[in-house]
Design a protein around this ligand. Structure first.
Ligand code: ADP
Ligand code: ZN
Length: 788
């Protein structure tokens, strides 16, 4: 079934569901975001008043977390009025669903407006079942959900589902009970000394629990229970202690001097303005960006507002929260998909009622119901892991900017190697720019040099040049640490038969199987297919003929163990470290110097602070440059610069060695010189003439089907129906690089448009003219990052 843009089908297949509302008309007065969103109460009256004036009072729109084209119409329950944002249950077919009372008018730019939906006659409306005792979804969040849905061409209910996935829908936890003295004591009360003491203490005013009351009076709990039975104590709800501590901005502020002080002051001023603005905080690794943006958080806390910090990878959060606690005296709230149910509910509520003051999380934290959002930070803004590729495809960095606008809050994008998109926005004057030029304290930038693999090749069958192994040996000899980086999991990326040339391939994907020797399997990194390594070639039956080609981290680890038999080696890869706790443990062992050599995939590139690490070897600096990805060079520079940045973060100088067969490549030159700015200027000049991002917009269409024919016919139909417009070009259809993925046949089309052309209406119109073949579906990826 097609996932997007075919919502009417879904509606028709639900004959007894109420049809979507017809009220989705543009409302020019609300195209622009509201300016004072921090007042939830005022907000609600405004919404309520407008509903009363312009809508039949008995009709209410409810958005359900389901793939409908819009909100559905229901009848107001007889017992009272509902306001936009209220969380309710409604009948849908024979089921009961939880949804949110939605706004009558979408506040979206005109080009984002979805087409109007048919109305249901008032007589046919079904009534809302109940209003749940939960904090309402704030207006800014509702508007954000509508915006993300319209921008990504996703059903708004699926975006709402991300906001409700918290499963915060459970009723409020029952508050703990305490006891207060009743107004009149029963006349026949037998007042023992023990009872007397309990009543004395209970009369002091603060209600106490049974245990607490008994303890303070120095009596057993049975005395308290006896008084309850005698009617002397009545139950009162105890105030629930806040789930999160109050971060104290004055707890341990850093000493800031020079440019750090200037930048911190500028950021504090930005937060003090308390309005929407976008700032890029750029600074080399180790320059104190994190330290400085903590000052922006402090300024936000001083204003009594909430702050949201987005990290590209939740594995990073342990080091981050520890640092936060040292600065502010308490832990921040954490948000990611692996939170336990209870913590998830408590956190959701605390964000909604404002008790959670600082939230650090992965991209899904963008959909939390902040009561008074005053600042968003996006750390490592260039990271492509901010793009969600499954379900609703959105880029959390870009959507964070939208969220900041809706909440009228400042946003700070942070990076040592900002994306070209962000740099273009700086260049156009849309973003402010703050820079930190030098590393903090005595640390200097690591020295980077290329190692020409043609001149200094490794021994036959090995992958580390003697120059690199020499540098590592020296570092370990000086009691320092070294790191080897290779962005490839497993033992070998390809297994080949030396006799017939057969390659071990995934049966479900256009991909080679990767050998994972430790687990004795061949596995597909795209679909998870596993098989045993066969004893003979499946094609020619030759025995002992299957040979691993190329290295993965496992193979590098094997080589390192043989080369440095006494070194304490730690492997950090996403399939060897399970979860944030394991990662945190590994990082602590490195910090405690229990490790001499770290070998890792991209997980080691992240913002870790390893003070004793002085030598970093990049096993294959050319790895990311292949393939037709338009951002291949940019991403390679960003990734390798970040890995390099792990070296020499304290007193001892750092050295980075790049193993490369193309040492003259502009990417290597940029890494060696550290002149990232010139490199990005060259990148910009390459993309500008063809209107490639950020100078134009891209939309990818991915057709996938059970059969090659269905994929092919759907793709060709899309090709025939392609728009012919000035400044718009459609490339394809063509088989996707991953022509088969999880058994589905794939074709791609790419729409490229000038930057000033809104692509959403074009896409909506185009897709409405093509009906996918049976078994085929069309996925839309606005601003694609992956082209596989
Ligand atoms: P970045 O985020 O730019 O990589 P960090 O904020 O992590 O840099 O700073 C690098 C190291 O220097 C950290 O250990 C940090 O605590 C320390 N540091 C940076 N600025 C200061 C400062 N003003 N006072 C004390 N320590 C600092
Ligand atoms: Zn596969």
């Amino acid at each position: 079934m097609p996932r997007r843009n075919h919502m009417p089908d879904l509606l028709e297949s639900q004959p007894d569901s109420p049809a979507a509302s017809a009220d989705a008309r543009p409302d020019p007065a609300h195209d622009t975001p509201r300016d004072t969103p921090h007042d939830g109460a005022r907000d609600r009256t405004r919404d309520g008043a407008r509903d009363g004036a312009q809508n039949a009072p008995q009709r209410v729109r409810v958005m359900l977390p389901l793939p409908f084209a819009g909100a559905l119409d229901y009848r107001m329950p007889p017992a009272g009025t509902l306001h936009p944002g209220d969380i309710v249950t409604v009948p849908l077919g024979r089921r009961t669903e939880t949804g949110v009372v939605w706004d009558t008018h979408l506040r979206l730019p005109p080009e984002f407006m979805p087409p109007p939906m048919p109305t249901v006659a008032t007589g046919r409306l079904r009534a809302v079942s109940a209003r749940l005792d939960l904090p309402p979804l704030p207006a800014a969040l509702r508007q954000f959900i509508d915006w993300v849905a319209a921008y990504t061409l996703s059903p708004p209910g699926m975006v709402l589902a991300m906001a409700l996935r918290a499963n915060a829908m459970a009723a409020a936890p029952r508050p703990a009970a305490g006891w207060a003295v009743t107004d009149t004591l029963p006349p026949d009360l037998r007042l023992t000394p023990a009872r007397h003491r309990v009543l004395e203490i209970a009369r002091l005013g603060t209600p106490l629990s049974t245990t607490e009351l008994a303890n303070r009076a120095g009596v057993g709990a049975s005395v308290v229970r006896g008084l309850v039975q005698a009617g002397c104590l009545r139950e009162v709800a105890l105030p629930t202690p806040p789930a999160f501590g109050m971060p104290d901005p004055t707890h341990a502020p850093p000493v800031l001097e020079g440019e750090q002080a200037d930048v911190a002051r500028a950021l504090r001023n930005t937060v003090a303005e308390d309005r929407f603005s976008i700032t890029l905080l750029e600074g080399v690794t180790g320059s104190g960006k994190t330290e400085i943006y903590m000052e922006a958080i402090a300024a936000c806390l001083e204003k009594g507002l909430q702050a949201l910090v987005l990290l590209p990878e939740i594995a990073l959060s342990s080091q981050w929260t520890g640092r936060f606690a040292r600065r502010f005296g308490t832990q921040p709230a954490l948000w990611h998909s692996d939170l336990g149910t209870r913590l998830r509910r408590v956190t959701w509520r605390s964000v909604a009622d404002g008790a959670a003051r600082v939230v650090v999380g992965a991209r899904s934290a963008l959909f939390l119901p902040f009561a008074r959002l005053g600042l968003i930070i996006v750390d490592e803004e260039h990271e492509t892991s901010f793009k969600q590729e499954e379900g609703v495809t959105y880029n959390a960095r870009d959507m964070a900017v939208v969220r900041a606008r809706m909440d009228a809050a400042p946003i700070v994008l942070v990076s040592a190697t900002p994306s070209l998109e962000t740099l273009a926005n700086v260049g156009a004057g849309r973003y402010r720019h703050l820079r930190l030029g030098a590393r903090h304290g005595n640390a200097s930038m690591p020295q980077v040099r290329t190692l020409d693999m043609r001149a200094d090749p490794p021994e036959r069958g090995l992958f580390l040049s003697p120059v690199l192994t020499g540098a590592i040996r020296d570092a370990i000899g000086r009691q320092e640490q070294a790191m080897l980086f290779l962005n490839r999991r497993g033992y070998a990326p390809l297994t080949l038969c030396r006799t017939c040339g057969h390659r071990m391939q995934c049966p479900n994907c256009t991909a080679w199987l990767v050998e994972h020797r430790a687990r004795h399997i061949l596995t597909c990194h795209h679909c998870g297919h596993n098989e045993q390594m066969p004893p003979a070639c499946p094609s020619c039956n030759a025995e002992d003929s299957l040979t691993p080609i190329g290295p993965g981290v496992e193979r590098i680890t094997e080589e390192a163990r043989a080369t440095f038999p006494d070194a304490r080696i730690l492997v950090m890869a996403s399939d060897t470290l399970h979860g944030p706790a394991a990662t945190a443990d590994a990082v602590e062992r490195i910090a405690r110097r229990e490790i001499d050599l770290v070998i890792g995939t991209q997980i080691v590139a992240k913002g870790w602070h390893f003070p004793h690490l002085t030598v970093v070897g990049i096993v294959d600096a050319d790895l990311g440059l292949g393939g037709g990805d338009l951002r291949a060079a940019e991403r390679t520079v960003q990734l390798l610069h970040q890995v390099a940045g792990r070296a020499g973060r304290a007193e001892a100088a750092g050295h980075v060695l790049l193993q490369s067969y193309v040492p003259d490549h502009p990417v290597m030159e940029a890494l060696v010189s550290g002149d990232f700015t010139s490199f990005m200027e060259q990148e910009a000049e390459q993309r500008r003439p063809g209107f490639w991002p950020p100078f134009g917009r891209l939309v990818a269409l991915i057709v996938s089907a059970d059969t090659p024919e269905a994929a092919d016919m759907t793709a060709r139909a899309l090709g025939h129906a392609a728009p012919h417009l000035d400044g718009v070009q459609v490339l394809g259809p063509a088989p996707a690089p991953l022509a088969i993925l999880r058994g589905r046949h794939r074709q791609r089309l790419l729409l490229r448009a000038r930057r000033n052309i809104p692509v959403q209406p074009i896409m909506r119109e185009w897709l409405s003219r093509v009906k996918p073949e049976r078994g085929a579906r069309v996925d839309v990826d606005i601003d694609p990052i992956s082209f596989l």
